[in-house]
Design a protein. Structure first.
Length: 269
């Protein structure tokens, strides 16, 4: 039987940074975790050597954790789908490229990314812009980091609210070896999918996108009814999805071999 790989989002602040994140994950009994390499709302970044990246890699080995199971999340301010403001798109491409290198310094191979928002230009235009941005990043990337596009809730002009939109992006990416998907249970619920039909949802994911692209699963509950398009998480087991359904995703044969992360603020550990 394969070992379940499960953990939560953990903080990474001074003075211990990476080693502190590892200790926090271990305090929860986790064998993986998710981090941000800096504040998700801005571009301010501390050099990775000051964040004890190398020491953290050695500490992971000492504690028996596999760095290949660790996940990073890209900053929220990256919007590859913006066709209205060229400077926003250019910032997104540059910052995402830099973030892939930063993530690699921590030994991490998967970074979760919100695909972007079309800001009124329409989903098709947004998808094409996201494809353009991902190709600019990945065609020139030397880090080897995989970008896992997160399924979105459909809030505002978000792109990636359907499996078809995610698939369209993947189809346009040249370097498919470095592209994947992060399935978020709260987001797909709020986007209109029937999350309680676990078999049906995962089979639809496999049919449209392909389970070979599934890199990360975010197990999150939702405050909202199906199709609300709001993206508001609830403590696990206390939302409209409920613990009985969420546990099925964790132990489902389709997902149990993948990297499952529970975000700290939703995880009652």
């Amino acid at each position: 039987m394969n070992k379940l790989i499960i953990g939560s989002h953990v903080g990474m602040s001074g003075p211990h940074y990476y080693k502190g994140a590892i200790d926090e994950a271990l305090s929860y009994g986790a064998n993986t975790f998710m981090i941000y390499t800096g504040a998700p709302q801005n571009t301010v970044r501390i050099p990775t050597e000051r964040m004890h990246a190398d020491e953290g890699l050695l500490y992971l080995k000492e504690k028996g954790l596999d760095v290949l199971n660790i996940v990073a999340h890209a900053p929220y301010i990256i919007n590859l789908g913006n066709t209205v403001k060229p400077e926003t798109f250019e910032l997104a491409v540059r910052f995402l490229s830099e973030e892939l290198v930063r993530v690699a310094a921590f030994g991490i191979k998967n970074v979760v990314l919100h695909p972007g928002a079309h800001v009124g230009a329409g989903p098709e235009v947004g998808i094409n812009k996201i494809i353009e941005g991902l190709n600019l990043v990945l065609d020139n990337d030397t880090s080897g980091t995989t970008i896992a596009l997160e399924t979105m809730a459909g809030k505002g002009t978000e792109v990636g609210r359907s499996f078809e939109e995610i698939k369209a992006i993947i189809d346009g990416v040249h370097n498919k070896a470095q592209i994947g998907v992060c399935l978020d249970t709260c987001h797909v619920n709020d986007a209109g999918y029937d999350v309680h039909d676990v078999d049906g949802l995962l089979e639809e994911f496999d049919r449209i996108i392909g389970l070979n692209y599934l890199k990360v699963v975010h197990i999150n509950d939702s405050k909202n009814v199906r199709g609300a398009g709001k993206d508001r998480h609830e403590n696990l087991g206390f939302g409209t999805i409920g613990f009985d359904t969420l546990i099925k995703y964790i132990y489902h044969p389709f997902t149990k071999d993948f990297r499952n992360t529970l975000r700290r603020r939703e995880c009652p550990l």
